[in-house]
Ligand binder design. Structure first.
Ligand code: CTP
Length: 416
C-alpha cells in the first residue's frame, strides 16, 4: 500500500525506543507519506532534532511558545493539517497527560487540539505498563477512540523482561496503513465475500469425500479485510478454527451449499475464493449407511463435477464483484499453470503458491506466494517474500481495499 500524500504528525516522546522512531520516519517517507515531527523535551534526550528533521525532510517542532513556530504554524494548525497523529514512542507520562487532557507542552497541546485519528505506540518499563494508573489511562484513551499498536514483550533496555517494548517500525507502518484503509473502506461502504476451508461431499450419512484444507488462509483474509474496515461475509466449509471477529460467518458443508451461500451474499465489491472446493461429488448421496455386501464386492463411486464457484462469481454480469481474487496451489510449473488458471477462471487476481509433495501449504503457517493480476490484456506478476499467512492476508487486504476503492462502480446494465 502506498501512503502517498498522507500527512502524518509524528510525536516523539521520551524513551530509549525513540531511536526506532528514526527508522519509522524513514519507512513512512519511503512509502510517500509526509512527516511533520514534534519532539518533546524527553524525546530530545534520546534523538536529536537534526537527525529527525534530516530523515523527515521537514522542520522539527519543539516549543509551545516559540515565536517563529507560532508565527509560521500555530499548534492548532499543526494538529489539524495532518491526516493522522502518531505518537511513537508514547511514554507513560504522555499517555497520562493525554488521558487527563493536560496541555502543558507542544505535544500534549497538539494532541488535545486535534480532530484527527490518533495512533499511539507505547514504550515503557513493564512495571510502569502494568501499573494500575497506566491501565486506567489506557482504558480511558481506548474509550476516547485512540488506537494502540503494541507494546511487545521481550528484553527491555532497562534489563527487565515483560510487556513494554515499542512495536517495531514496520508493525507501526502496518497499523497506520490499516487505519487509512479502514477510513477508505468505510467511506466507500465496501463489502467483501470470502470462501474458506474444504468442502465435504457426502457419500452417505457418515462418510464423505474431503481434503486437508485448514481454512487458515481464508479465515486470516476475512479477518484482515474486516480489520481494514470492510463488511465481510465468510462462507466456510468445515474447519476447526474460531470465527474471525466482526465477520458474518455462514457455515456450509458441500460445494453446492457453498455456491448457494455465495450467491446469497451478492452483491459485494470484492470476492476472495480461498476455499479448497472439491472438484467432484458423488452422483448419489445414500440416505442410509452403505453396508459391506455379503458377496464382499467393493462399491464403485460415480462422481459428477461440482460447480466452479470462482469461475461463476467471475462471469460478467450485473452482480459481478468489481474485484475477484482466486487462489491456486500448484505442484509444478507454478507460473504457467497459474497464468492459465487466471485466464480460465476469469478472475482479476490469482494468488499462487507452490505446494511440494509434502503438502506443506495445507495447515502450515508460512506461505510464499506470487500474485498475478490481469492487466489490460496482459498479466502483471509480483513475487512476495515468504511470510506468515496472517501477513499475506494483511498485505492482500491493504491492496484489495486500495484497488476496490479506486475501481469504477460496476454498471448494472440499466441504461441511465
Ligand atoms: N475453486 C472454486 N470452485 C471449485 C474449484 C476451485 O471456487 N469448484 C477456486 C478455489 O477456491 C481457488 C481456485 O478456484 O480460488 C483454484 O482452485 P484449484 O483447486 O487450484 O483449481 P482447480 O480449478 O481445481 O484446478 P486444478 O485442481 O486442476 O489445478
Amino acid at each position: 500500500m502506498t501512503l502517498t500524500e498522507r500527512r502524518i504528525l509524528l510525536i516523539v516522546s521520551g524513551g530509549i525506543a525513540a531511536y526506532k522512531s528514526l527508522d519509522l520516519v524513514r519507512r513512512l517517507r519511503e512509502r510517500g507519506a509526509s512527516v511533520r515531527p514534534i519532539l518533546t523535551a524527553g524525546g530530545a534526550q534520546f534523538v536529536t532534532p537534526l537527525a529527525l528533521s534530516s530523515l523527515a525532510e521537514h522542520k522539527v517542532y519543539t516549543d509551545l511558545f516559540s515565536l517563529t513556530d507560532e508565527s509560521e504554524m500555530g499548534h492548532i494548525r499543526l494538529s489539524r493539517e495532518a491526516d493522522l497523529v502518531v505518537v511513537a514512542p508514547a511514554s507513560a507520562d504522555l499517555m497520562a497527560k493525554m488521558a487527563n487532557g493536560l496541555a502543558d507542552d507542544l505535544a500534549s497541546t497538539a494532541l488535545l487540539a486535534t480532530d484527527k485519528p490518533v495512533l499511539i505506540a507505547p514504550a515503557m518499563n513493564p512495571m510502569m505498563w502494568q501499573h494500575p494508573a497506566t491501565i486506567r489511562n489506557r482504558e480511558r484513551l481506548q474509550a476516547d477512540g485512540v488506537t494502540f499498536v503494541g507494546p511487545g514483550t521481550g528484553d527491555m533496555a532497562c534489563g527487565e523482561v515483560g510487556a513494554g517494548r515499542m512495536a517495531e517500525p514496520l508493525d507501526i507502518v502496518a497499523a497506520i496503513e490499516a487505519l487509512f484503509s479502514r477510513a477508505t473502506a468505510r467511506l466507500h461502504g465496501l463489502r467483501a465475500l470470502v470462501t474458506s476451508g474444504p468442502t465435504f461431499e457426502a457419500l452417505d450419512p457418515v462418510r464423505f469425500l474431503g481434503n486437508r484444507s485448514s481454512g487458515k488462509q481464508g479465515h486470516a483474509i476475512a479477518q484482515a479485510l474486516a480489520d481494514h474496515g470492510m463488511q465481510v461475509v465468510l462462507v466456510s466449509g468445515p474447519v476447526a478454527l474460531p470465527d474471525p471477529t466482526g465477520v458474518e460467518v455462514v457455515r456450509v458443508e458441500s460445494a453446492m451449499e457453498m455456491l448457494a451461500a455465495c450467491q446469497q451474499a451478492l452483491p459485494v465489491d470484492v470476492a476472495v475464493c480461498a476455499a479448497a472446493v472439491a472438484d467432484w461429488r458423488p452422483e448419489r448421496r445414500e440416505t442410509r449407511k452403505i453396508k459391506k455386501g455379503r458377496d464382499e464386492s467393493v462399491p464403485t463411486l460415480h462422481l459428477e463435477e461440482n460447480p466452479d464457484i470462482l469461475a461463476t462469481l467471475s462471469r460478467p454480469g450485473p452482480l459481478r464483484p468489481r474485484l475477484v481474487v482466486g487462489f491456486a496451489a500448484e505442484t509444478e510449473d507454478l507460473v504457467d499453470n497459474a497464468r492459465a488458471k487466471l485466464a480460465r477462471k476469469g478472475c482479476d487476481w490469482l494468488v499462487a503458491n507452490a505446494v511440494d509433495d509434502q503438502a506443506t501449504v495445507f495447515g502450515s503457517e508460512r506461505n510464499e506466494v506470487r500474485v498475478l493480476r490481469a492487466d489490460d490484456g496482459g498479466v502483471a506478476e509480483d513475487a512476495w517474500p515468504a511470510m506468515s499467512k496472517a501477513e499475506v492476508a494483511k498485505r492482500l487486504a491493504a491492496e484489495i481495499v486500495e484497488t476496490a476503492a479506486s475501481a469504477p462502480q460496476p454498471t448494472d446494465g440499466v441504461p441511465a
